[in-house]
Design a protein around this ligand. Structure first.
Ligand SMILES: [Zn+2]
Length: 228
């Protein structure tokens, strides 16, 4: 089931307040049109009743895809809530949930993303049956091999599933500050496929690198650079 509630929201451009209906949870099986709205950047978008500005309200959203047995939480970084805090809090509550559940219950896969673009990227990956840990491993190697052009402090690296072909995976750099999309990077599909074979043989190495629920090469690199 998808869920929505009334919220009192202030327009960021004129300050006008209004009550709006916003979604906290989207179930893609029961409400595929909400997924479409999310992909088209229309979900939780509000039009100001006073100044005609439109803006998106990024409240925590739970995206559930029962068919693929996955739940994705999208929690945006805010002034009073840093990325590290979000991940830490989320890890803790996930542990508590897992402790409460009987051991024989199969829980769905839970993921955490911090931006809408990462949520959209993950939805496409899931629907194409791509291995998220392997994709992030590929990103990790692109980041480290092109260190001067792809500084993880400045750029996010996104997989463009739709433009990828049987021969190549297409990645695109996104400027973290301006959110603008920049240069594209290509990666041979054959190399990805052989990485998937490696994953099937020794998944534990990939799990060690990306334990989840936030699976992100960029976050891993940022953590590493802070430790140095
Ligand atoms: Zn306004």
């Amino acid at each position: 089931m998808s869920e929505s509630k009334q919220y009192n929201i202030q327009c960021p451009s004129c300050g006008m307040q209004q009550d709006v209906e916003l979604y906290d949870a989207v179930n893609v099986s029961t409400d595929p049109e909400l997924k479409q709205a999310l992909l088209e950047n229309r979900l939780n978008r509000v039009g100001c009743i006073d100044c005609d500005a439109t803006f998106r309200v990024d409240m925590p959203l739970l995206y559930t895809d029962p068919e693929n047995d996955i739940m994705i939480h999208w929690i945006s970084e805010m002034e009073h809530l840093t990325q590290e805090q979000i991940i830490e809090d989320f890890d803790q509550s996930l542990e508590q949930v897992n402790e409460m559940l009987p051991a024989d219950i199969k829980t769905p896969t839970v993921r955490l993303v911090l931006t809408r673009v990462e949520l959209v990227e993950l939805i496409f990956m899931i629907e194409k049956g791509m291995n998220q840990r392997v994709v992030e491993y590929v990103k990790y190697s692109i980041f480290t091999r092109n260190a001067e052009k792809t500084d993880p402090h400045k750029f996010r690296l996104l997989l463009n599933v739709q433009d990828s072909t049987d021969e190549e995976l297409c990645f695109v750099l996104q400027d973290v500050g301006s959110q603008e999309l920049g240069a594209g990077l290509r990666y041979g599909r054959a190399a990805y496929d052989s990485m998937c074979e490696l994953y099937d043989e020794t998944p534990e190495e990939f799990f060690e690198m990306f334990p989840g629920p936030c699976i992100s090469a960029r976050n891993l690199l940022l953590e590493d650079s802070e430790e140095k």
